[in-house]
Unconditional design. Sequence first.
Length: 269
Amino acid sequence: MTEIFENIRKLYQFYVPDNELADFIEFFSESSATETFRHVANNRFSIRMFPSWTPTFYINLGAPYLLTVGARQHEISSRTDVLILRNTLVERHNLPTDHILTVKFFPGGLEAVLGINQAQFVDQVVNLETVLPPGLLHQIKQPAVFEERLELLQHFFLEQLRVRKKTNHYRTFVTDTIGTFGASGLELKTAELADRLFITSKTINRYFHRVIGTPPKAYLATVRTRTALSAYVANPSLFSPYDYGYYDMSHFYKDVVKFTGRKLRENVG
């Protein structure tokens, strides 16, 4: 299954925070045994995901799996939990007994909640015990339902967040810049964003490197391509490249190839 082109969420239960965590965590999810069997039966399967620069926790509640991050493969045992940044292509190769609890942060969210800068995790697969207390992970892995695990994680994250109530200037600025880019129709360049925000291009670059781990040009290009491609897949007949800051369809096609590694017609009939 491939993200954007296919609904990979159909295999999971989802929860989107509606509390103080909403600005920092995109979602929590857990594999659904019923839905997994319905869609893949007893077959091995894989889930392919494109870059998003969103720190993501994978807490393993089931079988071992193989994780490909960029050009490297990592064998993840049934006892191992990991953190990845998703700054490159990621693919999870799973057994039918796949059972993963996922926490996906927004860019900068990991630092806001846990005080951990995400830039250090570029191209890394990090043991989650270096980020979360082993005791908490042990509790999460006890026989329970999704809602019980969710309560444990949210309680921990909210406590950590309240310790860090002081506004993070860097993260706030990056979030405002991303919002300005979105409001512009996804077409403002770094220098134009700098003018809008009354700051220098050099400062914007420094802040994005500090919070996300990549320059604004690269990150905002990812935002635009993901947004445009999702809209195209949802309704090709109504799609206009001009709505997403592209010069024409050719410009959009080139970005899709650069982003996914495939031509659009190989994924969309």
